[in-house]
Design a protein around this ligand. Structure first.
Ligand code: FCB
Length: 458
């Protein structure tokens, strides 16, 4: 066993999102969000559930903060619900909504926990959706005003800000694939949304800079690194295109490279950009490329791509190992992709600082008769991924923190309560929390600022 130690002041934390844990969907003046509407629409959520109650964190947050404190977790990433603060999306500010997050932030600081606040984790006010949602350019300005309201209230105490969580999900997953709210299947709309989300990020950065001086600001992107299934040229191109679709479309404009030319050409050819990049107005690309202090990295799995349409793409050696492990989400466990991704972001995109804003796994382990939740597979997943992070740091990749997804089991979007990502188990009937084995393991890891290298052969 080798001891692995992380850099001094490495920020360890756990992550959550408002709609997935808060509940209290119509309390204290909160407006309706697109996720309320979506979850209340029959057929949208796998188990027919909603986030109406979720983990009841809105009422139980002191207990949740106490759990983090007891585990010695130094950082907490959460998101604020836009419709709780500005119920109609623009205009009237709901003081009770702001009060809630002020109490939470104060509670965290009293517990010695550094807050990292995400402004948008998908719960757009429904009234804005009624006006076109993110397809409307005005939604970007409404978001900037919302960022202004939140940072005026919390900017004196919150020193880490994420504007958006996973713009790929907000745009493509929600408007092209249609699996997330608002559930559209419309390519041109999805690409318009992507642009307005990126624009709103740039506009919000300006507001955060003035209201939270000295704070660190970033955006969190999700990555599922693409691997060609075989050495064929067709599979290579399929993988390259997937990365264009999933990450380069966001990463390139954010880092001043504009939209990737190969993807623009492809989208025009397919009819996905009927008016080309007409949604890009003068100055937008400069706004989007606003300087940020860190990039938030959400990583869970990789994707293996095979071009089945190419006639000459004969089956060759397929790299996807049949013996690969998969989590309850069906996601392949592949820490090597995490390692490569971190290197690429720093050495290719020259990202000056990275914070892992999400990494974790769903396994359906339940409490035994003594209340113990033996989630050894999660411990192993997290260990292996942290070893990958550590290897990247050894190469010189500036990773400044790691936020495990998630503090507790919660509403997993279109999959409802069928998945459990937490290091804390939630019984949704009693709302009782049980610390899983991984919670104690994470506590010890944080206390030692490192771990013993896990030997998979026993
Ligand atoms: C990410 C989301 C997060 C959670 C995890 C499993 O895409 O940001 O809210 O659902 O996946």
């Amino acid at each position: 066993m080798t001891k692995i130690t992380f850099p001094d002041r490495f920020l360890w934390g756990v992550s959550t999102a408002a709609y997935q844990i808060e509940g209290a969907w119509n309390e204290d003046g909160r407006g309706e969000s697109i996720w309320d509407r979506f979850a209340h629409t029959p057929g949208r959520i796998q188990d027919g559930s909603t986030g109406d109650v979720a983990c009841d964190h809105y009422h139980r947050w002191p207990e949740d903060v106490a759990i983090m404190r007891a585990l010695g977790i130094p950082g907490y990433r959460f998101s604020v619900a836009w419709p709780r603060i500005v119920p109609a999306g623009r205009g009237l500010v709901n003081q009770k909504g702001l009060d809630f997050y002020n109490r939470l932030v104060d509670g965290l600081l009293q517990a010695g926990i550094t807050p990292l606040l995400t402004l948008y984790h998908w719960d757009l006010p429904q009234s804005l959706q009624d006006e076109g949602g993110w397809t409307a350019r005005e939604t970007a300005t409404a978001f900037a005003t919302f960022a202004d309201v939140v940072s005026r209230s919390l900017g004196d105490r919150v020193k880490h800000w994420v504007t958006h969580n996973e713009p790929w999900c907000t745009s493509l997953l929600s408007h092209q694939i249609g699996l997330h709210a608002p559930g559209w299947q419309d390519w041109p709309a999805a690409l318009t949304v992507a642009h307005h989300v990126l624009l709103s990020h740039g506009l919000a950065v300006e507001r955060l800079r003035s209201n939270a001086p000295g704070a660190e600001v970033g955006i969190a992107l999700n990555f599922d690194p693409a691997w060609p299934a075989s050495p064929s040229a067709a599979d290579y191109h399929a993988a390259r295109r997937h990365e264009g679709y999933f990450s380069r479309w966001f990463l390139d404009p954010l880092y001043g490279r504009r939209y990737p030319a190969d993807m623009v050409e492809y989208y025009i050819q397919e009819g996905y950009l009927p008016q080309g990049l007409a949604f890009v107005q003068e100055g937008d690309l400069e706004t989007i490329a606003a300087h940020t202090d860190f990039l938030g990295v959400n990583y869970y799995t990789r994707r293996v791509l095979r071009d089945t349409a190419a006639p000459d793409n004969l089956p060759q050696t397929v790299f996807a190992a049949p013996a690969s492990e998969h989590t309850a989400m069906g996601w392949e466990v592949h820490p090597e992709s995490f390692y490569r991704l971190l290197n690429r972001l720093h050495f290719e995109y020259l990202v000056p600082k990275l914070i892992i804003t999400e990494n974790g796994c769903s396994y359906l382990d339940h409490p035994d008769e003594n209340g113990r939740v033996a989630d050894g597979r999660r411990i192993r997943y997290l260990s292996d991924h942290l070893i990958a992070v550590h290897r990247a740091i050894q190469n010189g990749v500036p990773v400044a923190g790691y936020f495990q997804w998630s503090l507790m089991d919660n509403f997993e979007w279109a999959l409802g309560y069928t998945q459990r990502f937490g290091i804390v188990y939630v019984d949704y009937v009693t709302q009782k929390r049980y610390l899983k084995d991984s919670a104690y393991w994470y506590r010890d890891l944080i206390a030692r600022n490192g771990l013993e290298q896990y030997k998979s052969d026993g």
